[in-house]
Structures are given as C-alpha cells and as structure tokens.
Design a protein around this ligand. Structure first.
Ligand code: ZN
Length: 214
C-alpha cells in the first residue's frame, strides 16, 4: 500500500478533528504530502472519521488523479493540492468548520493581531469572500489570500483552512486559530481590544521559528 505512514496520520488526525471539537460529523478534511514521491494522502469524501481506515484514505498525485484507493477523495482536493504544488514548505493541510472560525468567516472579518497566537498564521488571518465548496475558484482565492505570507485563512461563509510543514503543525494551527477566533470575536464585541504592534509581532514570529525548531 502506498504512503502507509501518511495514511495512518490522516486517520489519526481525522479522529482528533472530532475529539477536539474542531468539526462535526464528516465535515472538514485533511491531507499529508510526500514530497519524495510527489503524492498526497487525503481523507475520503463524506466518511465517518471513526470508521475510516488507512485503506480508505485516498492517494492522489498533484493533478488530482487518484493513484491508489477505492474511495472518492475529499471534495476539497484542489484546496489541498494547490498548496503542495506552489509552496515547498507545506506538507500538511487541514480544513475545518470549527465554530468561531466559521462565525468570523460568516461575518467576513479577517483576524487582526489581537493575541500572539496569530503567529500560527502570520501577522493576521485573511478572510476571503464566499465561493462554492469543492470549487477550483475557492482553492485559487485561498491561494491568492495566503500565498507564501500566511499559513491560514478564513473561507467566507464556510470555515477555516490551515497549512504547515507537517500535518501536526497544520492541525495545531487549526486548533489555536479556533481559540484565536473565539478571543477575537469576544474582544470585538466588547469594544475592540488592543492590537499587537508590528514590532511585537515580528518578535513573536522570530520566537515561533526557533520554538518550532527546538
Ligand atoms: Zn468545508
């Protein structure tokens, strides 16, 4: 079986999406990219995370063609493969419909640097307008908003996208950015909040770099 280890990771983190409350039911999706073979392991479409086995995880190339697996790959295949194609530092992608990130995505609010954990994304978390789920337009719009600058973005009227050097980083980002979304929402409702300055943010981003490598 191709990408056995990566398929196991997709199964493991799929369950974590549910147990940590980042998604309900079969919503959301995740993938791991193997740079050596140029193939990715992506969660199957519409399958219960607790019933998904490594055999159910689909292996595709970066054109989106299924290389191994009998299931249909996630409908957000394009959202995953574009980042692997265009960013050499990305090897894991997580997409969720977590509650507060989705609330902000429905309000059309990008997240300002109200808390240092914004560094999981960069200096902010951009928000794109609505595009139909599973569409190439959605994937291209997310790419345009993030490029090399951000590791996450809010998908208008939909949810959150987080990418990282590994699936574990992308997952941590999704989890911490859900916390950040909750904090940002309440701070704005309470009248605004004090935003971090550029200098403070740059210092955090530098520390993040060394912290993550340690
Ligand atoms: Zn979605």
């Amino acid at each position: 079986m191709l990408l056995q280890k990566q398929r196991e990771l997709v199964v493991e983190y799929g369950k974590k999406l549910v147990t940590t409350g980042l998604t309900d039911g079969t919503f959301g999706n995740l993938s791991v990219f193997d740079r050596e073979s140029g193939l990715m392991a992506i969660s199957p479409s519409g399958m219960d995370y607790f019933l998904t086995t490594p055999e159910d995880v689909v292996v595709t190339d970066l054109e989106g063609k299924v290389v191994e697996g009998s299931r249909k790959p996630s409908s957000e295949l394009d959202l995953h493969r574009l980042f692997y194609q265009r960013r050499p530092d990305v090897n894991g992608v997580v997409h969720t419909h977590s509650t507060f990130a989705t609330v902000l995505a429905c309000l059309g609010w990008a997240i300002e640097p109200v808390h240092y954990l914004v560094a999981y994304s960069g200096t902010s978390v951009p928000c794109i307008p609505y595009y139909p789920f599973g569409s190439l337009e959605l994937a291209e719009a997310a790419w345009d908003a993030m490029k090399d600058t951000y590791n996450a973005c809010l998908l208008g009227n939909h949810g959150l996208l987080a990418v990282g050097g590994s699936l574990s980083f992308a997952f941590d980002a999704a989890q911490q950015l859900e916390f950040l979304s909750k904090v940002y929402y309440h701070t704005r409702l309470a009248g605004g909040g004090v935003m971090l300055t550029d200098a403070q943010l740059q210092a955090v981003l530098g520390k993040f770099q060394s912290y993550r490598q340690a």
